[in-house]
Every structure is written in structure tokens, then in C-alpha cells.
Design a protein around this ligand. Sequence first.
Ligand SMILES: Cc1cc2nc3c(=O)[nH]c(=O)nc-3n(C[C@H](O)[C@H](O)[C@H](O)COP(=O)(O)OP(=O)(O)OC[C@H]3O[C@@H](n4cnc5c(N)ncnc54)[C@H](O)[C@@H]3O)c2cc1C
Length: 393
Amino acid sequence: MTKDNITITDQAYTSELAESIEIGITDFVDKFIATHAKKIEKFMISKDLWQSLGDFGLLGVQAPEVYGGLNQSYSLQAKAIEQISQHSPAMGLSYLAHSHLCMHPIIQHGSPAQKDFWLPQLIKGKTIGAIAISEPNAGSDALAMKTTAELKKNHYYLNGQKIWITNGPDAGVAVVYANTNPKQKYRGITAFIVDLTKPGVTKSEPIEKLGMRGSKTGSLYFNNVKLSQDDVLGSVDEGLSILMDGLNIERVMLSAGPLGIQKSCLKTVLEYTAQREQFGKCLNQFQLTQAKIADMYTSIESSQAMLTEAFKRINENTLTNAYAASVYLHCSRAGVATSMEAIQLLGGNGYTEDYPVEMLMRDAKLFDIGGGTNEIRQMIIAKEIIKDFKNKL
Ligand SMILES: Cc1cc2nc3c(=O)[nH]c(=O)nc-3n(C[C@H](O)[C@H](O)[C@H](O)COP(=O)(O)OP(=O)(O)OC[C@H]3O[C@@H](n4cnc5c(N)ncnc54)[C@H](O)[C@@H]3O)c2cc1C
């Protein structure tokens, strides 16, 4: 593999190196994330904690070794997201935004100079990365974005606002989608790698949210930000294909968050119901309780099975829009349902901050919305299977 010829496959997952990295991730998460989950929720992710992700190598799981990455598979990347999300879904979300949503398009579409400049600092944790698509009036209809990048002489001038940007308040770089050819509407969208320390960039304070409180979310404002032609990611007016190219895999990656949440809920429930007694019996002796535990287990197994199948399809290059959207639809709903049942099984305690399940429920809800809402996923699934059905007639 050369720097410019990068193909990421899932083959490495079965190797001994991948297994030892996975064990390392578990140790790291137990040591650094599990013990800090409450602090992250209250005070957001600290610089030191982020740096420890970089020092450990976790920020470059999929990045090529030539830039300091571990060159591992999509499934190992998802495993890291899942493991982090078991303790702190907010940390999992920020980690995902940095190491996948921002870095993956740079790895796949960046020029050699862009990769040389950005990847090492992103992998080491010296710079925090973000992805900026959504705007105040372009959410589900993301392609209606109004942010423009106008070419004058040799430079682009970026103007507009991006909203809901994970890591936005702390990010040093973002992959930003803007319209370079508004007459062409979405066919005129271009992706840029924007250095957020440039003049003309301002950032909002973190937005206060229902969940994912440890993960900073904010707006980015661009006021005549001068970009060079070298800041274009891929080709001019071809942002749409970069955006669409990554969406299916992004949805699969996002699914690892609610899977981690569900596993954490079941663990808490099993521990709690084994010791809490009512009517002279442990809660786990009641059939109604057992039914909930059985449903939680089934939900985890079905989410896991869909994710595993998605990685198989990624390797075979057969992952369809419908399947990727359905994996995410299933996992996000399962995350919300399982965390609600976990609260129920803990009774009053489930409703308090003494147990993690209330945070997990609030965090789980994000996955019904972020990365394309459940309704948008349903639209994608229905459109594709109806089209396939028609084609077979
Ligand atoms: C915590 C958080 C982090 C985020 N991180 C990022 C990020 O890093 N980068 C980024 O670019 N964006 C990010 N987002 C934005 C996210 O992707 C959007 O919130 C999402 O796409 C929905 O857009 P919206 O909020 O504008 O809702 P809207 O599009 O206004 O939707 C509101 C409701 O209407 C429904 N709806 C819309 N259109 C239709 C339709 N045609 N048919 C039926 N129902 C419809 C939706 O499903 C939803 O229920 C983040 C959001 C949150 C909350």
C-alpha cells in the first residue's frame, strides 16, 4: 500500500494484531473511559482525556500506518466506538465524529499534501476534527445547504453557518460542505478541508442538550473565510459524491453507539435484578422481569447480527442504501427501547443519576436523529425496495 493508494478492507479484523488491538482497546476503555464517564457527562471531554486517546493510538484505528495510524478494519473501528459508548456514549460520539466522519473522507479523497498535513495531527490528537453538513434551514434536506464558497481569482471565500456540529466548539479542522456553483444546486456542492483557526471562522458556545452532554455540539460561522484551491477535498462540484459515498458506512458506524448502550443497559439490569428483592424474591425471579431481560438480549443480538452482516457487505462491496439505513434504524430504536426498559427495571433508582441508565436513555435518543433521522432512513429503505420490486416485474 502506498500513501496515495489506500483501500480499507475488513480483512485485518481476523488477524492476531487486530485481536491484540481489541484487547488493548478494552483495557484502555476500562482504565480511562469507564472511570471518567461521570466527569465527562458533567464537565465534557477534557483535553487530557482526548490526548490519551491519541497517545494510545485509538484516534487512528483505520488510518494508514504511513501517517501513524493502525490501518485496521471498519469492524475494529466500530468495536472501539461500541466499547467507548458502553461507558460514555458522548465520548463515543465525539470519537466517531473525529476518527471516522472527519478523517475517513480525508483518507479516502484527500490529496497527498492534505493527508501529510492533517492526518498525523488528527491521529495524535493534536487537532480535533469535525464534519459540517447541517445548517439551520438544511437538516433532513441537507442538500438545500446555503453555505457558499465563491471563487474570486485564485481563492474561495466561504460564507454561511453550520449547526449541530459535533466537536465544533473545540475543533481545529472540519470537512465542510459548501456550494461552489449555486445555479447547479446540489450538483454544485464541494467539500473543503477548513482550518478552523483561519480568520473569519467563529464558533458558538456548546449547545445545552437532552443527552450526549459530554460531547460538545455547536455552530460554526464562516465570514469570508479565504480558502486556497488546495483546500478542496476531491474535486470541485463533486462534494455530493463524497458525501453520498461515505453515508452508508457512516450509518453502520453510528449503529455501534446504540449497540454499546444496549450492552451497558443489560449489564446494569442483570446486576441490579440479581440483588434487589421485592416480595421476598430477587427481581430476576419474576417472569415479567425475565421477559424484559429476554427482550433486551434479543435486541442486542439482532443489532449485533445486522452490524456483522453490514461489515460483510462492506467487504463484498454489496452494502446497499436500504441495508445501511435499516441497520441504523434498527439499532437506534433498539437503543431507545432497551434503555427505557432498563430504567423501568431499576424502578425509582433507574430515574436517578446514581445509576447510568438515565444517561444512557438520554444519549440513546440522539441516534434517532443524528446522521439522518429515523423517518429519513425509512424513506431511503422504502424507496430502494419499491424500486427493486418494480425492476423485478
Ligand atoms: C447532538 C447532535 C449532533 C450532531 N452532529 C452533527 C455533525 O457533527 N455534523 C452535522 O453536519 N450535523 C450534525 N447533527 C445534525 C443532524 O444530522 C440533524 O439534526 C438531522 O439530520 C435532522 O435535521 P434537523 O435537526 O434539521 O431536523 P428536521 O430536518 O427539521 O426534521 C424534523 C422532523 O421532521 C422530520 N422530517 C423531515 N423531513 C421529512 C420528510 N420528508 N418526511 C417525513 N418526515 C420528515 C424528521 O424526520 C424529524 O422528525 C447533529 C445533531 C445533533 C442533535
